[in-house]
Design a protein around this ligand. Structure first.
Ligand code: FES
Ligand code: FES
Length: 157
């Protein structure tokens, strides 16, 4: 039986600092969903294979279902709940709605996070760059073509 390591980590989430006393090995997604009740970040595969759990960490899209919360100590994290606070976030969310880029919507928070991270770093990405940014994300409903259109729309509106 493994030892249980208790640690305290400090995370800034959507602009608010949280001191979390959590198990060393707890993946970030559980802290977000279960401790902080930020349920917009989805748990899908738990294996870094689907993209549902993506959050922004220091401006980059990062999967949160495997990496222990300890690794994020001191970091600035934006979840889907905080994405709408930014101009790019609002633009991307509006474009997803206008292109009906969600069906069941389970993959959508992760894809919105990926799109915002992409556009923050590359305001007018070519289609190869956009596809590469979406590589970690699966959509079982087949919404990828509409997601690509939504990202294109978000770059031009
Ligand atoms: S739940 Fe994290 S990649 Fe699938
Ligand atoms: S819209 Fe259903 S999984 Fe993507």
């Amino acid at each position: 039986m493994g030892a249980c390591h208790a640690v305290s980590v400090s995370l800034t989430i959507n602009g608010t600092r949280h001191d979390i006393a959590s198990d060393l090995d707890t993946p970030l997604v559980y802290v977000l969903r279960d401790e902080l009740k930020l349920k917009g970040t989805k748990f899908g595969c738990g294996l870094e294979q689907c993209g549902a759990c993506a959050v922004m960490v220091e401006g980059k899209a990062v999967l949160s279902c495997v990496t222990p919360v300890e690794v994020f100590d001191g970091k600035e994290i934006t979840t889907i709940e905080g994405i709408a606070e930014t101009e790019i976030g609002q633009r991307v969310q509006r474009a997803f709605v206008e292109e009906t880029a969600a069906q069941c919507g389970y993959c959508t928070p992760g894809l919105v996070v990926a799109a915002v991270a992409l556009l923050e770093n590359t305001p007018t990405p070519d289609s190869e760059t956009t596809k590469r940014a979406l590589t970690p994300h699966l959509c079982r409903c087949g919404s990828h073509p509409r997601v690509l259109k939504a990202i294109k729309r978000a770059t031009t509106t």
